[in-house]
Design a protein around this ligand. Sequence first.
Ligand code: ADP
Length: 482
Amino acid sequence: MKGFFITIDQGTTSTRAILYDDKIKKVDFTQVEITQYYPEEGWVEHDLEETWLSVVSCVSNLIKNNSLKPEEVVSIGITNQRETVAIWDKKTLKPLSRAIVWQDRRTSNYCQKMKDEGIEKAIKEKTGLLLDPYFSASKMKWLKDNLELNKNSNYLLGTIDTFLISKLTEGKSFFTDITNASRTSLFNIQECKYDEDLLKIFDLEDIQLPEVKENADFFGKTELFGGKIKICGVAGDQQAALVGQTCFDPGLVKSTYGTGCFLMLNTGRDLVKSKNKLLTTIGYKLNNEITYALEGSIFIAGSSIQFLRDKFKFFEKAKESEELAFKAEKNSNVFLVPAFTGLGAPHWIPDAKGAIFGLTLNSGIEELTLATLESIAFQTRELLDAMESDGGKISSIKIDGGMSNNSFFSQLLADTLKTEIYRPKDIETTALGATYLAAIGSGFATKEDLKDFWKIDKKFFPKNDLDHKFKTWQKYLKKLID
Ligand code: ADP
C-alpha cells in the first residue's frame, strides 16, 4: 500500500506536524513554538486557543508544502504532553480557560493535605502513581472549583489528546488512549478502568470522562483539511517514545531528554511496584494486550539549557552548550541542582527550588554550563539506581529528545551511568512512535514489522569515572532538601 502518515506532536514548548512516507521515513515537518505563561509562582499555563491554532497551521502547512491530497494520507497519529489538563465548551468546543500544564505546582498544598490524611497509599495502589500536583486529577479539581462549574455546566475536561481529537473531529469523538488515561490519577491500571474510589477522592464524580481506547485504534475522522482523514494512533509522549524506540521486549529502556527527562523500562505483562518512588504506568496496549512500564520522571532537563539561554543569556542556541561545556575546567567543582519546578523522581518534593554550589572567582559560563549538563546526567543516575534497586537489570539505554543531539552530554551519560548509550538516527522517537501506532491502527503494519525500522546513529561507551562527582552532587542535593 502506498501513502503517507501525518503525526501531530503537541509538546510542551512546541507543536510539530511530521510527514512520513510509506517506509515510515520522515519527509518533512512544520513547527510552531508555544507561549509559556507563568501567572504566579509555580504556575505554568498554555493558551488552548493558541495550542489548537498551532495544530491547524502545522498540519495545513505540511499538506500545502507537500501538495498532499487528503486521500493520500493513510492516517493521522497524535502524541502529546501528558497530564496537562484542558477544559472546553461541549457545544462550541471553545476553551473555557488556559490549560494547566504538567509542570504546574498550584495544587501542591491540596496534595499535601491529602497526603497528611493518609490517602496516598490507596492512590498508589490503584494508579501506580504518587500523590503529586504533576498528575491531572488535582488540576481538574482546581479547574472545577475555580471556574465554579457544576454538574449542569456544559463543559468537557480532558488531557491534550482528548482536546485535540474532539476539535479535529468537530466534537464527534470524545476519546482518550490508555497511556494518557493512566496519568490522570483516575484510572485503575490493574483493572484498566476509571476507578469510582479515585473519582470520589478527587471530588470528580460528576465529570464526563472520555472513553479509553487502545493505542492503535479508530479515534474518528477529521474533515478539516479538505477531505476525510482517519486518526488511528494515539499515545502520551513518553509512551510514544517507548514505541518509537521499538522497546517492545521486557528489559528494554529508553530515556528521553526534551523539556524534562523520562526514563522508561518495559516490564512486559508484569505490573512492577516500585519501592523507590518510581511510577508504574501503562507502556502501551495493542491487540488487547497490555504492556506495563516502570518510569522515572525528572521535571527539568532541556529546560535548564533554555534557562541558561533565556535568563542567564549564556548563548543564543541550545546547541552552543556543547562547545561551552567542552571548554570548561573539568574539575571546577561547580554543582547545580535544577529543582526549578520542584523535584520529581525519586524525591518528589514539589516545593524544592534550584541552587548553585561551589562557585569561585574562576567559575565562568563554561563551568556553569558543564554543571547544568552534569546535573541532568546525575539525576538520571539516581533514576537508574532506583530502577536497579527495584529489580531492573539495565545494560544499555536508547536515548532521544532534543538534548540527545548533544554528543558531549551523551558521553556524560555513558560515563555517569556506566552504561552503553545508543542514539538512534531519528531522535524524534515520540513522533515516530505515534506514526508506528497510526500504521498499526490503520492495518498498514504490525508491531513485528516495526522492529527492523530502528536504526542506530552512534553508541557511547563509558570512558571516565564520575562516581566521585556524582557523590558530591548528591551531598549538595541532600543539603538543599533536608
Ligand atoms: P519537547 O518535546 O519537550 O518540547 P524537545 O525534544 O524538542 O522537547 O527538546 C527541546 C529541549 O532540548 C529544549 O529544552 C532545548 O533547550 C534542549 N536542547 C535542544 N538541543 C540541545 C543541545 N544540542 N544541547 C542541549 N540541549 C538541547
